[in-house]
Ligand binder design. Sequence first.
Ligand SMILES: [Zn+2]
Length: 468
Amino acid sequence: MARTAIRARLLDFIGDPTHSAAAVRLVDDGLLLIEDGRIVARGEYGPLSRALSPSEEVSDFSGCLLLPGFIDAHTHFPQLDVIGSPAGGLLDWLTQHTYPAEARFADDTVCQEVARFFLDELARNGTTSACVLGTVHPQSVDALFAEASARDVRLIAGKCLMDRNCPPDLRDKGDRGIQESLDLAERWHGKGRLAYAITPRFAASSTERQLKLAGELASARPDLYVQSHLAESEDEVRWVRELYPQARSYLDVYDAVGLVRELSIYAHCIWLDGADRTRLAQTRAIAAVCPSSNLFLGSGAFDFRHAVQAGMTLALGTDIGGGQSFSMLATMRAAHDVARMRGSALRAAQLFYWATRGAADALGWEGRVGSLESGAEADFVVLDPAATPLLARRTAGADSIEALLFALMILGDDRAVRETFIAGQPSKSWRKATPAALSPADSARTRELTRRFMGRLRSAPGGGVFKP
Ligand SMILES: [Zn+2]
C-alpha cells in the first residue's frame, strides 16, 4: 500500500499536563509518514523528508496544527434530530424530546440514515472515536456498528437497557435486553476497531433485577465496556434516592451490583460527594464530563477541582442532543467556562489532553490511538488556526503553544477542522459517498411512528412517563 506523507505542525502528549509542563510535545515543522492505516514515522520535516523518494508527494498542511483525533466519551446518536430543542430540564427533556425521537429507531431505515449522518458529523468536527448510546432497539446499534465498520472508525457503542419508568414501546421485556446485549457483543465486540458497552440508561430506568443482571454480565465479561449516566441533575438524584433507599449514594446503586470498574464510563458525575470521588478514582472508572449539555439543561457545574484532587479519570463528552455541538473544541470551551464559574481555571493543554490521549489511555487504547507515536493508528485531525478572520487575527499573536490552543478552543469549532484522518484515510473521501437525507416516503413513515407514539404516551395512565 502506498505511503502517505503529511507536513504540518505536530502536537501530542507524552503524559498528563496536570503533572508536568513537559508533557506537551511539539514539532513546529513536522512530517508524518503513514502506511496501512498506521503512523510509521514522525519527526522534523528537514531530516525525515530526505528519506522520501522523489515520486512521493507530500500533503502540505504547513501553518496548521496536526494532533490526535478527538475522542467524544459520551454521546447519543439517536438524539441527532432533537439537538437544539428547548426543554425545562433533564427529566422534561427525556419525556418531551428524547423518548419520542428514540421511538423512531424501531425502523431500520431511520437507524441507517441517522448512523451515516452522525458519523459524518463526528468526522467533520475532528472526532475520530466516540462512546455512543443507541436506543433500546438492538437494530440501532447494529446499524451504527455496520456503518462504523465500513469506514473503519474506532467506536464503542451499546443498546440502552431500560425496563421501567419509560414509555412501554421503549421498554425491555423481561430479561430480553440482557440477552440482546450479549448477542450484540457477540456480533461486534472486537471486530476490527469496534467494542461493545453494556449500557443501562440510568439507575431510574432499570429495575433492580436488570441492573443486577447487567452487573453480572460486567463481571463475567471484563473485556466489555460499561456506559451509563450518573448524578446529572438534582431532580434525578432525588428520584434515584427514592427508588433505591438502601443505597448510600447514586454511585453506590451501580457499585453494589459490580458496574463500577475499569472501562466503566459514567456521564456527568456532577452531584457527587468526597466518598464517591474517591471510589471512582480507586476503580479507575471514567467520568465523561459533558459541560455543554449541563449548561443547556441547567443540570449543574462539574467540580473539576475536587475531581482532579481526588485523582479521578476524566474525559469529555458532547452528550448530543442535550449537548449543543458536535465540536470537542466547543465542549472544551464549555468545560473552561464551567470551571471558571466554580472559581478554578483549566489550561488549554489539560483540556486537549482529556479530549485526546487522556481519553484514549482511560479507554485502554494506549499506544493505539491518542498519540502520534510510530505504530499508532493514524487517526488525527488537522486544525487551521486561520480558519476564520477572527481566529487568524487572534492566533497570529499567540506567543506560545498554550496561547494558540487556548484561542483555538475559545474561538474554534467545526470551521477550524481542515481535515480528519481515520485509519490514515481523509474522511472527506468517504463523506462524498454518503447519500443525503431520508426519502420523502421514509420521512413520512417515521413522522407517523412518532405521532402514534405520542398518542399512546398521552393516553397512558397518568398521561406521561415520569413521576419523579
Ligand atoms: Zn447522555
